[in-house]
Design a protein around this ligand. Sequence first.
Ligand SMILES: [Zn+2]
Length: 279
Amino acid sequence: MQTNQHTLSKACHFEGKGLHTGAPVSMKLLPAPAGSGIRFRRTDLPSEPEIQALAEYVSNTTRSTTLSQGEVHIMTAEHLLSALTGMGVDNALVELDSAEVPILDGSARPYAEAILQAGLEEQDAPRRYIELPYTLEIKDSRTDSWIRLEPAKAPSAHITIDFSSEVLGVQEASWNEETDYATQIAPCRTFCFYKEVEPLLKAGLIKGGDLENALVITEEGYMGNPQLHFEDECSRHKLLDLLGDLRLSGGFLCARIQAHKPGHTLNTKAAKALRALLK
Ligand SMILES: [Zn+2]
């Protein structure tokens, strides 16, 4: 496969709040030089420190993916990283004035649409594809979940989810280079189960969560009776998360990805294994 690197043609701007912190945040996606990858810059801190979107900086995977280096933290990076990957952005500088990427509507659609609108600029350097010499398998026997990454000529992903929920059932989702990420994957919103809401709030999480930015699932159905974007919106969202977390491998992964019940902990373990493999 041969494609050149791309960055944004112009800046995109977002205003929102963090899902977990509930804090207001202003964020800009800016064009960045070839070879620079995805970097975050905290403009609210005195020296405006930056952190590279790489698996070695993952510090927390409780309900979202946090990157940390010294005093710099970036929470809930995965939806933005997914959109940048799905929309073919190799290089971008993400400036934000708070510790958490805005949750917006709980999906990656606002990011994908803004990237489409800004347009991409081709850069004078070949895209960095991450290719595997052999199959990698990451397992968590406690949760019966696994991710398998196999060498392939073109990237693809297939996942299954099973939360033992009658409302969700067992769902699958797939993606490959032919999939229109912006319309098929990006619109799918984050979700949680109603029974988890109180424990999550007690753990100091989801302070910015509401029915405008998350699907909440009860024993009977979806709370507030929202219009689902797809019957299998939840598995598509888990695929969205997986693509975002795997971007922490540092490039575009050219592999056949299969995953069963993936979550941020397992996803970022896979990204870390890929980083170790590259070294
Ligand atoms: Zn998510």
